[in-house]
Design a protein around this ligand. Structure first.
Ligand code: ZN
Ligand code: ZN
Ligand code: FE
Length: 751
C-alpha cells in the first residue's frame, strides 16, 4: 500500500483545550505515525500512512475536535514519508515570533470533572479546584503567552508526582492541562481558621450571614437568597438600593423553580460560559423556592446562573438552596479581585471570607445574557466569552492592527488584527481611577496576549470621555474618531457578519453628535465606512444636563412644557420648565432614553433613578403585555433629516391618565408608540435611501417589549432586521463597531 505523509497546520482556539491528546488518539486509532505539537501559530502535525486513513484523519480532525476547541483553519502540505515508527507529541516551541495562537475563555466544570468531584474513591473527591483540559480557569489566570503553566497564576504550585504523570500522559484527560492540580499539590480553600472552610461557609450562609467568596474573575458577595434580612443587609452594606442581585441555583431544576426556563434559556444556562441569564420570574414560586423580596425588588425578571467552578458546586450542595451571588464591590466600584484589596474594600460588607491562594490575574465580571425569540443575546460579554475573538467576514478584516477605545459607560476596548476582533472583558464605567487603571492595564495585557501593536486607534467623538482622552494622547498612530451611533450600527453589522449599507436605528441614552447636540434617537443610512443622519427624534432641552438623567421628572417637564401638569412642587416644576424654555444649562437631545424617562415620570413610575436605565426598565415591567394599541407620533420631513415628535406620545400619556386609563395600559401604548415611530422612520428611510435592511442597536433595545414590537412591525413591512447576539446592543458593543469603522476607513483611504 502506498504510504504518504502530510503536514497539517491547525489554527484557532487549539491550545489548552486538549487538542494534542485528541490528535494523538485520533492518529494512533487510525494506525498513523508522525507527530503533533504546539507552536506560536497553533497546532502542527505530521501524519504518515495510507492515503485513505489520512483523509479520514483530516475529516475527523474538524468534526470530532474537543469541546472547547475552535478550529478556524486547517491547511495541509504533502511532505516526503519518513518511515516513522510511532506517533509522538513534540515538545512545545516557545521561540520568538508572532503569538497568533488564541487563549481560550474560562470554562465551567465539565461532566468528567464533576463525576470525579463527587466520587469518594477519586483522589480529587470534593477538591474545589479540580479541572482538566476540557474545563477550568484560562483567561483569568494567564499572565502571558504561550499558554503554559509558568506563565499562569498556577506557577507557584509545583505538581505532585501523580499530577505530573497525568500531565505528561497523552492518553490522559489532563495531558498538558496547565491549571491541573490535586489536594496534595494545588491551591487550598480557607475561611479564617475553620477546619472545614466549605462547611463553615455553608453554615454562615444558612445563619443569614453575608459571605465574600473568591471566584474565577473576582470576589462575589453571597447570601441566602430566601433570607430577607440577609439579602437586605447585603443591599444596605453594599449601598445598592434597587438594582437586582443575581442568584446562583444548584442546577436547571432549581433554576426552573424560580423562573421560567425555556429550551433556549436552558441551553444558555448550561453552556460552558455559564452567564447570568435574565429570566421571567415565576409568578408564584414553588413551595420552598421563594426568593427574598430584597433580591430583585419589584422586578418581573430574575438573573440566574448555575455553578461554574467546583467550589460553586460544593458550596451550593452544602447550602442546599439558591444563594444571591453578586459582585464584590461597593456601589459602582469595580469588582475586587486581589486578596488584600478585597479584604480592605469588603471588610464592612462580608461577615467572613471564603478564599483561596490561586491568584486572579485579570478581573473579569460575570457575563449577562438573555434570549429573544429563541436566540441568545448578550447584555454583558465578559467571563466565559472573553477573549474569544469575533471573527469577521474576510472582506471586513483588519489589514492594519487596530485599537478601539470604546465609550464611557459599560466600557470595553477592542484590539483587532487580520480577521480577529478581540473585544475585551467588561471594564465598567470609566469614571474613576480604578476603572481607568483596568482599562489601561487591560489594553497592555491584550496587546501582549495577542501580539497586536496598534497602528490605527479609534475613539468616540465625545471630548470628555476618558477613553477618548486616552486615545488622543497616543503617539505614532492614525487616529480615527467614530460617531457613537455609527459605532453602534457598525457593531450590529459586525455581530451579523455583514457590511451594510443598512438603515441603522440607534436608540440609546447619550451619544455625542457632531452638531454639538446629544444624539440618541437616530435613523442612519450607514455602512462600515460612513453614515448619513437620515432622521431622528425631535430634540428637546435637558434641563440641568446630567441632572436630567438622574431625575426623569425634569425630562417630563422639558417635554410637556405645561405648568398644569406639575409632577412635583409647582415652584420646582415651573423653574425647570423655564430653564428648559430659556435653554439655560439645557443641552438639546434627541435621546430615546430620555423619552422613556419622561414617560416613566409622567406615569409616576419613578422621578429619580439610582442606576442607569432604571426608569425605562421599570416602565417596561409595568406595561400590560396584552395591550397592543400604539400612540401616534407626528413625523416632519422636508429637506434634510426628518424629525419625529416624541412629545406626541407624552401628550397621549397625559390624556389617557386624565381619562383614568390604567397605568399598565398606558405604559404598553407608549412602548407600541415608540415601535410605530421606528416603523414610520424606517419606511421613510427606505423611500429616501432605497435600503431594505434595518439594524437595531443601542441600549434602548435591551427593552424586550419594545424590541419585539419593533421587529414585528418591521418584518410585517418586509424589512430584513439585524439584531445583536454575540456583543451587547448597549455601549459594551461600541468598541467592536469603532474598530470596524476605523479599519474600513483606513483601508479605503489607502486604496
Ligand atoms: Zn474537566
Ligand atoms: Zn497533585
Ligand atoms: Fe450608546
Amino acid at each position: 500500500m502506498n504510504t504518504v505523509r502530510t503536514a497539517v497546520r491547525v489554527e484557532g482556539v487549539v491550545q489548552g483545550v486538549g487538542f494534542r491528546p485528541f490528535v494523538h488518539a485520533l492518529a494512533t486509532g487510525l494506525g498513523l505515525t508522525g507527530l503533533v505539537g504546539n507552536d506560536l501559530d497553533g497546532v502542527f502535525a505530521e501524519v504518515e500512512g495510507p492515503a485513505a486513513a489520512i483523509s479520514e484523519f483530516l475529516r475527523r480532525l474538524e468534526r470530532d475536535a474537543p469541546p472547547l476547541a475552535r478550529v478556524e483553519r486547517v491547511t495541509t502540505t504533502a511532505v516526503p514519508p519518513r518511515r516513522s515508527a510511532e506517533f509522538v507529541i513534540a515538545a512545545s516551541d516557545a521561540g520568538s515570533g508572532l503569538r497568533r495562537t488564541l487563549v481560550s475563555a474560562d470554562t465551567a466544570t465539565c461532566a468528567d470533572c464533576l463525576r470525579e468531584l463527587g466520587d469518594p474513591a477519586d483522589r480529587r473527591h470534593r477538591y474545589p479546584f479540580i479541572n482538566c483540559t476540557n474545563c477550568g480557569p484560562r483567561f483569568t489566570i494567564v499572565r502571558d503567552v504561550p499558554y503554559d503553566r509558568p506563565l499562569t497564576t498556577m506557577a507557584p504550585f509545583t505538581m505532585c508526582e501523580r499530577c505530573a504523570a497525568e500531565y505528561h500522559d497523552p492518553a490522559d484527560r489532563r495531558f498538558h492541562a496547565q491549571p491541573a492540580c490535586c489536594p496534595a499539590c494545588g491551591p487550598r480553600l480557607s475561611l479564617g481558621d475553620a477546619q472545614d472552610p466549605l462547611q463553615a461557609a455553608a453554615e454562615l450562609l444558612r445563619y443569614g450571614r453575608v459571605l465574600a467568596v473568591k471566584g474565577l474573575g473576582g470576589y462575589h458577595l453571597a447570601a441566602d437568597a430566601a433570607c430577607e434580612p440577609a439579602v437586605a443587609a447585603l443591599r444596605q452594606r453594599k449601598h445598592r438600593e434597587d438594582k437586582p442581585f443575581a442568584v446562583m441555583a444548584a442546577d436547571l431544576a432549581a433554576a426552573a423553580a424560580l423562573a421560567e426556563v425555556d429550551e433556549a434559556a436552558a441551553a444558555l444556562l448550561t453552556s460552558p460560559a455559564r452567564p447570568i441569564v435574565l429570566l421571567p420570574r415565576r409568578e408564584r414560586a414553588e413551595p420552598g423556592a421563594a426568593v427574598a423580596p430584597a433580591t430583585a425588588p419589584g422586578n418581573r425578571q430574575l438573573g440566574i446562573m448555575l455553578p461554574y467552578t467546583p467550589l460553586h458546586h460544593l458550596l451550593l450542595a452544602a447550602v442546599a438552596r439558591p444563594i444571591v451571588l453578586t459582585s464584590g464591590n461597593v456601589s459602582d466600584e469595580p469588582i475586587a479581585y486581589r486578596d488584600d484589596e478585597a479584604r480592605e474594600t469588603l471588610k464592612d460588607i462580608a461577615d467572613a471570607f471564603l478564599t483561596h491562594d490561586r491568584a486572579i490575574h485579570v478581573r473579569t465580571d460575570d457575563s449577562v445574557a438573555r434570549t429573544f425569540r429563541g436566540r441568545p443575546m448578550l447584555v454583558r460579554r465578559s467571563r466565559g466569552y472573553v477573549p474569544e475573538p469575533i471573527t469577521t467576514a474576510t472582506t471586513t478584516s483588519f489589514p492594519r492592527p487596530v485599537l478601539a477605545c470604546g465609550a464611557e459607560l459599560k466600557n470595553t476596548f477592542c484590539l483587532a488584527r487580520g480577521r480577529h476582533a478581540f473585544v475585551s472583558h467588561h471594564i465598567g464605567d470609566l469614571e474613576n481611577a480604578e476603572t481607568l487603571r483596568s482599562f489601561t492595564e487591560g489594553i497592555a495585557h491584550f496587546r501582549r496576549l495577542f501580539d497586536i501593536d496598534p497602528q490605527v486607534v479609534a475613539y468616540d467623538l465625545h471630548p470628555e470621555y476618558l477613553s477618548t482622552k486616552y486615545a488622543l494622547e497616543l503617539e505614532d498612530v492614525d487616529l480615527e474618531g467614530v460617531q457613537h451611533h455609527h459605532a453602534h450600527i457598525a457593531s450590529c453589522l459586525a455581530d451579523n457578519g455583514e457590511e451594510g449599507p443598512v438603515i441603522g436605528v440607534a436608540f440609546d441614552g447619550t451619544g455625542y453628535g457632531p452638531d454639538g447636540t446629544i444624539w440618541g434617537g437616530e435613523f442612519l443610512a450607514a455602512g462600515l465606512a460612513a453614515f448619513e443622519r437620515g432622521g431622528h427624534l425631535a430634540p428637546v432641552p435637558m434641563p440641568g444636563g446630567a441632572a436630567a438623567i438622574r431625575q426623569p421628572w425634569r425630562m417630563a417637564a422639558a417635554y410637556v412644557n405645561d405648568p398644569q401638569v406639575a409632577l412635583r412642587h409647582p415652584d420646582q416644576w415651573s423653574a425647570v420648565v423655564t430653564m428648559a424654555a430659556r435653554g439655560v444649562n439645557s443641552p438639546l437631545t434627541s435621546s430615546a432614553g430620555r423619552l422613556f424617562d419622561a414617560a416613566a415620570a409622567l406615569l409616576g413610575v419613578r422621578d429619580s433613578i439610582n442606576y442607569e436605565g432604571q426608569a425605562a426598565i421599570e416602565l417596561e415591567q409595568l406595561a400590560d403585555p396584552a395591550e397592543a394599541e400604539a400612540y401616534p407620533a407626528g413625523l416632519e420631513g422636508g429637506e434634510g433629516p426628518f424629525t419625529i415628535r416624541g412629545s406626541d406620545l407624552l401628550h397621549a400619556v397625559i390624556e389617557d391618565r386624565t381619562d383614568g386609563v390604567p397605568a399598565p395600559v398606558i405604559a404598553a401604548r407608549f412602548h407600541h408608540g415608540v415601535a410605530a415611530l421606528i416603523e414610520a422612520g424606517c419606511l421613510l428611510m427606505r423611500e429616501r435611501h432605497g435600503l431594505a435592511t434595518v439594524a437595531l442597536s443601542g441600549g434602548v433595545f435591551q427593552n424586550l417589549l419594545l424590541l419585539n414590537a419593533t421587529v414585528g412591525r418591521l418584518e410585517a413591512r418586509g424589512f430584513r432586521v439585524l439584531l445583536h447576539g454575540r456583543v451587547p446592543c448597549n455601549d459594551g458593543g461600541i468598541s467592536l463597531g469603532q474598530a470596524l469603522v476605523a479599519a474600513t476607513r483606513v483601508a479605503a483611504s489607502r486604496s
